[in-house]
Design a protein around this ligand. Structure first.
Ligand code: TYD
Length: 209
């Protein structure tokens, strides 16, 4: 049996990723593709505990390196327990955020740079997505969509931080044009959905369908 496809979704907070993942999952299932949905940070019992520590607004003294390593620790468990087994069973994994989030939020947002890729390579043993959908929407528009007053520890960072994260995403899209596919997220849900379907239909599904 051929290994399943690994598709990740990336973008600023409030970019509409979760809605689009569900829509794509339904579309793929109708084609007979066996889909697993998951998310980061979290996706496992241990990962959800780590997620709680990372996002708790009370943990305001958290050092950026601690933050990056906690995301990577959650990811290591997620890969070992959920993602790798599913892929080897021939299932297609749709994951809400993955290493690119760490590169954007910790690498660019917190200014940790290259360290983030090193820590994550170690955490996942080199397992990378086949395709990444980057829902491109400027942070200022996301701020308007979701508001910030009661956000988690990352969401409630100021606009300067979120602009740096966004810059990171643009850089990632430019550096990996074959893997990271940009979709204009400022349009209505159906337009975004249709673009994603077109991109995914063009993927190599050999051995899967
Ligand atoms: P979540 O509620 O899942 O946000 P969203 O629905 O926008 O994906 O919270 C995850 C937060 O953690 C989000 O602000 C992005 C941030 N994050 C990182 O900073 N680094 C990472 O590696 C990941 C996976 C998420």
């Amino acid at each position: 049996m051929s290994r399943g496809r690994f598709i990740t979704f990336e973008g600023p907070d409030g970019s509409g990723k979760s809605t689009q993942i569900r829509l794509l999952g339904g579309y793929l299932m109708k084609k007979g593709i066996d889909v697993v949905y998951t998310r980061e940070p979290g996706g496992t019992r241990i990962g959800e505990k780590i997620r709680y520590i990372i996002l708790d607004p009370e943990n305001s003294e958290m050092d950026p390196l601690t933050e990056a390593m906690l995301y990577a620790a959650s990811r290591a468990q997620h890969v070992a327990e959920v993602i790798r087994p599913a892929l080897y069973e021939g299932r297609t994994v749709l994951c809400d955020r993955y290493i690119d989030s760490s590169i954007a939020y910790q690498g660019y947002g917190r200014g940790l740079g290259e360290i983030v890729s090193c820590v994550n390579d170690l955490a996942v043993g080199g397992l990378g997505p086949d395709l990444t959908i980057f829902i491109d929407i400027a942070p200022a528009s996301c701020f308007e969509r979701i508001g910030r007053s009661d956000g988690d520890r990352i969401e409630s960072e100021d606009i300067t931080y979120h602009e740096a994260v966004y810059k990171g995403y643009l850089r990632l899209a430019a550096d990996h044009p074959d893997r990271v596919r940009r979709v204009d997220g400022s349009r209505d849900v159906r337009a975004v959905r249709d673009d994603i379907r077109t991109i995914v239909d063009l993927m190599d599904w050999d051995g899967i369908i």
